[in-house]
Design a protein around this ligand. Sequence first.
Ligand code: HEC
Length: 252
Amino acid sequence: MKTTLKGLSFLMLVLVSIWSCEHEVAKVNPMYAAIRDTTTTPPVVPPVTPVDPVTVVNACSVDTVYFASQLYPLILSSCAMAKCHDNITKAEGVVLTDYANIMRYVSAGSPTNSKLYKSLIDSDPGNRMPRLPVAPFSQTQIDLVAKWIRQGAKNNSCNTSSVTNCDTLKMSFVTNVSPILQISCTGCHNATSPSGNINLTTYAGTKVIASRLSGSLNHLAGYIAMPSSTVKLSACDINKISAWVNQGALNN
Ligand code: HEC
């Protein structure tokens, strides 16, 4: 009987400490609040809605396009940002902030029957998405969307948090850094509409802000969290960008 009571009170103690931990995390860091410039539009923070069924595999395959790490960041950065297809503006009634909503414009297996894909390749600049000033998708980005749709437009992800196979030696801006920025950042940070006055489409624009990248991508206190307060790049991508900065942020 005594042991049962002891056991029970221990369990209570554990539950109470878990509860209080959760509440710690939810607190807003005052340093973060202080540096925020309230005059610029804050980055859009679409909630990451858990959707079903999520296919998670362990190792990322180079032949597969993953929604979580490739498609979703691209759409958040180029389509679902503030004043476009976010939950507030809903331009033309279209919301693209989560998988379920994105799938309303996708016919799994067939890019040419998918409004999402067709809008990217429309030859009429007035109908093509994204609309200016956001730059049209590059051929690589268009191909990525098509491949994801052909592969069944799954809500899939792979374990990108594993950093064991992440090569960060001799990072090159062109080969390693720029492709990551083009997927997750340049929809907001481009030459025509440089959010926060930051243009990540060129070496020069990236070099200017290089010292803020690691803190911002790691969501450290004192930095504005990027690409948004709810989405982080994979650990490997963050390590690659940080390594490039530490290696001198070269134009290589
Ligand atoms: C949805 C739009 C959006 C996306 C996507 C986005 N940013 Fe930003 N970013 C902003 C805005 C807006 C600001 C300025 C915020 C402010 O001043 O409050 C900003 C600020 C920054 C800053 C300055 C942070 C600081 O603390 O000084 C860096 C660095 C940055 N972004 C890098 C990135 C990188 C790298 C990516 C991609 C991984 C990215 N951003 C994706 C909108 C975005």
